[in-house]
Design a protein around this ligand. Structure first.
Ligand code: ATP
Length: 304
């Protein structure tokens, strides 16, 4: 289990991580999601003792990372797949890791096979690896010591679609066997597919957290876009039921779920020509919650 308690990290006057608390549980994949610069990497660096906290603390299995003897046997870490010595081969990097952790050399071959790096690829120097190959090697390195906790910063970065699917299967299986997985991403879709729990962070602060189902339920209070053969009548019927209604394009935007709008239309025998959720589910929630921190939102009055 990873426990983050009131973690703050300041760089001078700038607060990169602001009083962040959450727990990543065993047997669950926890997605740590936020836009660029939200504070994900900083939080993970504090977790593994690479950056000191300004306030608060992180414990893994109840211990500070720096207090865990031979940490690779307990915590697998992938923060920057390029951070290894570029002149070493993949096999050398894993062998060094195995030796440091006191593991047999056979573990290196097992891990190379697990991440599908061929013998030829394993003999190449890291500087000649593609980003996806570096990520595979990084995952192999993180798993070397058969740890019970995995901390992975943007692990899907650079993987092709087949590689992403492979990684999802790997991490799901790892969590199903009781492992704790914390993985960060700035891409909602990536996290949504794999994570059981989600922590949303924006500008250093947690903006939402919970199980994927509970976040989806929150996001699904939804409004609906509907068009019918008689929008006036439908609008009145919906208002009569107490739903907020506004004109939208050729139809209406209704503050109700699509199923409720459909029911009112059916009760009044109104033919619908279009009925759909106005929400992008979690994506809208994510963008709304982190909107202040998005770089790509046009300032008010600006033209697209
Ligand atoms: N050593 C540092 N000195 C000053 N500012 C820093 C330092 N490290 C990180 N920051 C700032 O802290 C903020 C959070 O950065 P961080 O790398 O944790 O974000 P992130 O969520 O991982 O982003 P991304 O998705 O782009 O990787 C950013 O504004 C970053 O510029």
């Amino acid at each position: 289990m990873i426990e983050v308690e009131g973690l703050t990290r300041k760089y001078g006057a700038f607060t990169a991580v602001d009083d962040v608390s959450f727990v990543a549980e065993p047997g669950r994949v926890t997605g740590f999601l936020g836009p660029n610069g939200a504070g994900k990497t900083t939080t993970m660096r504090v977790m593994v003792g690479l950056t000191p906290a300004t306030h608060g603390r992180v414990t893994i299995g109840g211990h500070l990372y720096s207090d865990i003897p031979n940490p690779g046997l307990h915590v697998g870490v992938l923060l920057d797949a390029s951070a290894q010595h570029a002149g070493r081969t993949g096999r050398e990097i894993l062998t060094l890791g195995a030796t440091t952790m006191g593991l047999p050399k056979s573990r290196v071959d097992e891990m190379l096979a697990l991440v599908s790096l061929s013998d030829t690829e394993a003999k190449r120097r890291l500087r000649n690896y593609s980003l996806g190959m570096k990520q595979r090697l990084g995952i192999a390195h993180a798993l070397l010591g058969d740890p019970s906790v995995l901390i992975l910063d943007e692990p899907a970065n650079g993987l092709d679609p087949a590689g992403i699917r492979w990684m999802r299967g790997l991490l799901k299986g790892y969590a199903e066997r009781g492992g704790t997985v914390l993985l960060s991403s700035h891409l909602l879709h990536e996290v949504e597919i794999i994570a059981d729990e989600m922590i949303l962070i924006g500008r250093g602060k947690i903006v939402a957290q919970g199980s994927k189902e509970s976040l989806l339920a929150d996001a699904d209070h939804s409004s609906t876009l509907v068009t019918s053969l008689d929008n006036d009548l439908l609008g009145k019927a919906l208002q009569h039921k107490g739903y907020g209604v506004a004109a939208a394009g050729t139809g209406l935007r209704v503050e109700a779920a699509p199923v409720d709008v459909g029911r009112v239309a059916a009760d009044n025998t109104i033919v619908l020509t279009d009925l759909r959720s106005a929400d992008g589910g979690l994506e809208d929630l994510f963008l709304a919650l982190t909107s202040e921190t998005q770089r790509d939102v046009l300032p008010e009055g600006a033209q697209a």
